[in-house]
Design a protein around this ligand. Sequence first.
Ligand code: ZN
Ligand code: FE
Length: 252
Amino acid sequence: MLHIHQFPCLSDNYGYLLHNAESGETVCIDTPDADAYLREAESKGWTITQIWNTHWHPDHAGGNEAIKAATGCHIVAPAAEAPKIAAIDRTVAGRDTVRVGAHEAQIIDVGGHTHGHIAYHLPDAEIAFVGDALFALGCGRMFEGTADQFWNSLLRLKSLPPQTTIYCAHEYTAANARFALHADPDNGALRDYAEEVEALRAQGKPTVPTTLERELASNPFLRADDAGMQGRWGGGDAVATFAALRAAKDAF
Ligand code: ZN
Ligand code: FE
């Protein structure tokens, strides 16, 4: 049985502790804030044994050294970003696997926000930790990658089982919804989702996690292969439409 403890970190990150009650292991998904992670683990009575990093940005790997110093935990990080991430024990790349007790996580290459960004998919638990690759109603800014690379990363996420619960790293959904409605104004599923997001945020509640099924229907970046989106945003193929959407969001 896996337990996920979610808590806000920094200004708009989410921290996640993934706990396996059978094995007694606890994984930090990224390390935006070492003190917050150590405090939250203690409050749950959990001992941190691993860190799984998604990418090198300081709001994802900045707490590695302090958490390792406090716990002696084992750190897994993307091979392509190893020079930029502290205290790594094992580097991984797409199609590698890591474990928390008997549960396996498959590494998915989701480069685009950063070149070496990875996601962790646990098929038996039907969950994925996607960092800044995919957000509820959005995707990460394309800091390092190309549109072709990023779109192919999103295709890998699109091909996961639709019932997969998606844990993304930021609470950006309300702003993402405003752009999504601009990008895809006739999408009824999106309009319902955006209303729910507004209501949740008005009550100070998180909009994360989301599900892949919901994002497939509403997230404009996952819909760059939709004929209607291609007609509206130009480009004869999904890569060009994705590039147009990403550029429009940056300027929105
Ligand atoms: Zn980032
Ligand atoms: Fe981030």
